[in-house]
Ligand binder design. Sequence first.
Ligand SMILES: [Zn+2]
Length: 400
Amino acid sequence: MRVCGKLTSTGEVVTLTLERNKITHIHNGALPADIGDSSVWLSAGFNDIQLNGYGGEDFNLDAWGSAAEVGHNLPLLFEKVAKSGTALLCPTLTTNSAEAICQALRNLSELLNAERTFANRVVGIHVEGPYISEEDGPRGAHPLEHVRNPDWEEFQRFQEAAEGRIRILTLAPELPNALPFIEKVVESGVVIALGHTGADVSVIRDAVHAGATLATHLGNGAHSLIRRHPNYIWEQLAHDSLYASLISDGHHLPASVLKSMTRAKGAERTVFVSDAVALGGLPAGVYMGGRYEVLPTGKIVLAGTPYLAGAGHLLDTCLANALAMTDLTLAQITASASANPARVLGLEGTRGHIRVGYSADLTLFKLPIEEGTPLKIEATLCAGEVIYRAKATSVEPREK
Ligand SMILES: [Zn+2]
């Protein structure tokens, strides 16, 4: 198969030859191709390392109560996510009972064992919680009754249910015994991310020394009022050994904060994530017996309040926002959703770049014409397989 496009990294037009699951040749210039042409941007496939659900489907079990609006149709969820240009992802499970987390992990494992196309797309499972702060603010929307202290035995049970696929664990480092726990988890090959934390700055420092390498959705899952400095946000921004994931959905971080944080972390250490939830992408309205509301803008709130109850946009929107709100270039923004997450996960030798011998994970897109609208995704490929392709738009004359 041949794929043609303009590299986001350099602006050069290239034609890639794909054989089986890999990129086997890169030709400078446009050749007749099965997918793409010189007018579309070509990036290494977008990789969303924090995605809980979307379009009414959830990787989690019972995260929203037993409401009828949310299902657990994982193949459908993978299909919806591919439309946003997301080739790779870390399905994300949040704070819940041990039974619910293990069951959700087993369900996912069963699918990945049965379907290679989904297994290729999952670069690891992200478990966010349950070892997080119980304080209002840092806890975010995670249920208080299931928040608990780090427990190595329990984490082993999670990893067993996931058949070893858990690659990121988000926790609060101020919890009892968190530091030796972090060391142990890192030694087992799992990335420790700091998040939903209210830790003192010295504890953040200790956690980084213990091996934490990522700050999860920095600036969210935090107190609404904190000491101006020092505090855990500045501390995580300043640590050069910490990557930061940022939710650039336009609702979780104001534009000035997003711009400042990406400048502080730099293009090399920024990772854009959707953190999308099951209500994302659903029509505006009230859901879950009146508890949550999806606004016409796609913002998800606790009904009748301004409080966010999850993120509702995928990377096609988040990256378009990042382009509009920060001074990162298109090359840097697409790297922040491909090369950088691959580096966080230790996959930089095989994924996250358009190079000969690398996995053929590709996203082809056009830039939005209007600010505030998503990238126009033309095609998404994972391991050489086309997982989404936009229908050719018919050129009918517009009505007057
Ligand atoms: Zn979170």
